[in-house]
Design a protein around this ligand. Structure first.
Ligand code: CA
Length: 238
């Protein structure tokens, strides 16, 4: 895959410089903005592939930036937040961000998140071309038309809730989904944010997936935030 163009939005100059230097060192193309209105402007004029967005901006809430950009762009958005902004981070994910980094973060963490975003980007681009009812991720196969889930060639039996969960995670592979997002999609708003029940269903779903080593860790837990299905294939073609 070609190196993506990354938009860096951060008002804190030392952090912006650190991110820019890291991207430069790893041959990423990037542009930078130091506030929310600059971010919207750069995004609309340069059409970047990935955005790194600090949530605490001087002129505009980072969540507001996401809402504006999401009205016309599906690019992966990684939010950068301070620990004190945990609630904002969840709001950002619910508003359409894909992933998050908490300050202070290491250069390795930053690069790892960008690689996840790149894989997600390739999923988004593939989805545009092929409206398929078959989802394949490593050994995990979901035949949406038949309502069947396979590990390798073995069909596994899932309850209706587990099936809804795995389809939701699969449809958003690579993206962190918050507890609120998942419970509302699976149960509707009447079950608003019943995290305890979600945890139980997720545990039983995982247990069923664990019989195949390839799928053992394909669902990540983000404590206090939600869950993400990791893309197992295709392997990195960087
Ligand atoms: Ca800031």
């Amino acid at each position: 895959m070609n190196k993506p163009l990354i938009l860096v939005v951060e008002d804190d100059k030392p952090i912006r410089n650190l991110i820019s230097a890291t991207l430069k060192m790893h041959d990423y193309k990037f542009i930078a903005a130091e506030n929310g209105s600059g971010a919207v402007l750069e995004a609309s004029s340069h059409n970047p592939d990935i955005m790194l967005l600090d949530l605490g901006l001087p002129d505009m809430d980072g969540v507001e930036v996401i809402k504006r950009i999401r009205s016309w762009s599906g690019m992966p958005i990684i939010v950068i937040s301070a620990r004190s902004e945990d609630r904002d981070k969840i709001d950002a994910l619910d508003s359409g961000a894909d992933d998050y980094l908490t300050k202070p973060f290491s250069v390795e963490e930053l690069l790892a998140r960008i690689r996840v975003a790149q894989r997600r980007l390739s999923v988004i681009q593939t989805d545009k071309n092929a409206a398929t009812s078959l989802f394949i991720n490593g050994e995990l196969k979901i035949d949406m038309a038949a309502g069947m889930v396979f590990l390798g060639d073995e069909p596994i039996h899932l309850t209706p809730i587990e099936y809804k969960l795995i389809c939701l995670l699969a449809a958003n592979v690579g993206k962190v989904l918050t507890h609120t997002f998942i419970t509302q999609k699976v149960w509707g708003s009447s079950w608003e944010n019943d995290i305890a029940s979600l945890r139980v269903f997720m545990a039983t779903l995982r247990k069923k997936l664990e019989s195949n080593p390839d799928c053992k860790n394909c669902i990540q837990t983000h404590i206090g935030v939600g869950y993400r299905m990791i893309r197992i294939d295709p392997p990195d073609k960087e």
